[in-house]
Design a protein around this ligand. Sequence first.
Ligand code: HAM
Length: 379
Amino acid sequence: MPEQFKALQGFKDILPDEQPYWRRVERVATEVATLYGYRRIETPTLEETAVFLHTAGVGTDIVEKEMYSFDDRADKEGNRTNLTLRPEGTAGVVRAYLEHGMFRLAQPVKVYYLNEPMFRHEKPQAGRVREHHQFGCEALGDGDPAIDAEMIALLYDFYANLGLKHIRVFINSIGDGNCRPQYIEILKDYYRPLLAELDPLIVRGLDYYTRTVFEFTSDIDKLALNGGGRYDGLAEILGGAYTPGIGFGAGIERTILEMKRQQVTPPAEERPLAFVVYFGKSPEYKEVSVRIVATLRHNRIKTEMAYGERSAKSQMKQANNSGASYAILIGEQELAGGFVTVKDLQAEGLGTESKQVEVKEEELVGYLKGRPEQRKSQD
Ligand code: HAM
């Protein structure tokens, strides 16, 4: 027996039933980011390891234990570059900002990324996977605290517009290049005698933050929905001039987990307006059906049909299960007369024959476009 493969541990398929949640998050994120003046950016999933080594921070868990790093194939001279699957989005954005001379544009440069996959070799558990996706915003080139406030307001709007409640915001300042080194020394002195008790408990995230830091959590399970803050020193680490910067990354998997927990459901997917059913085994029935389906679709009417050699009964069942508003029936009389019978599936059960009308094939598009359901979906 050939081996049955499974996705890697901590890597998830996003199946069609899940997609409405992802599309909803994407839509709300795009709306809110655009409203606040952020423009979309996409950076590569793979970067030179050095980009993350010094920005995320040597000694942090992310760099030391969690990065998916490997040597690239050798170039002509036999040299290999060590590459890393992006564990977070900020370093790549700052690299791109410097590489493309975006510091010459009007500052701040405000960008967002959406649905970008991030890879961390963490222990999978509820809300923690090895490939996760983020919606993130970064504002580079201006240190005005108004941007800090704007960033937090944007995030708040994002969760509120999704319909989430019970979201708590934690804000702090972790100091800057002047006070932080001294503070870290005092902290180290304090913890040194306690080290034996603490070591496995200390988790270090990202090294690049200065001054404002923030995190939103759900009141329900305290899971971090996002993390963000200022990183005024990051551009210099990547070989650029001093550039203030601030941003956040919001985990999409965790946002969806929270939506489900709070029973926030995304809008339902659009159902077909028409489902074509043919009552005959000879090839003409199928030919006419395929032609009608094509015509309706070319007229932007969402249409389905049954494939294979199914009985009329089984096709009708499929039509009902599809949630279509109308079944377009093609039988012997219809074929001979050049018309179709349009059956109102949503009115079924009322027992009225009048819910079934004959429509000439060439008038079908006009007929369906004039139906109330179609008018509604065009609004
Ligand atoms: P982070 O706090 O490491 O920050 O991650 C941001 C968010 O990504 C987390 O709050 C969480 O929602 C989600 N996340 C992280 N790891 C996982 C995981 N293993 N499974 C599921 N979700 C996860 C950053 O990545 C920074 N780049 C944020 C930032 C942008 N700071 C400034 N600009």
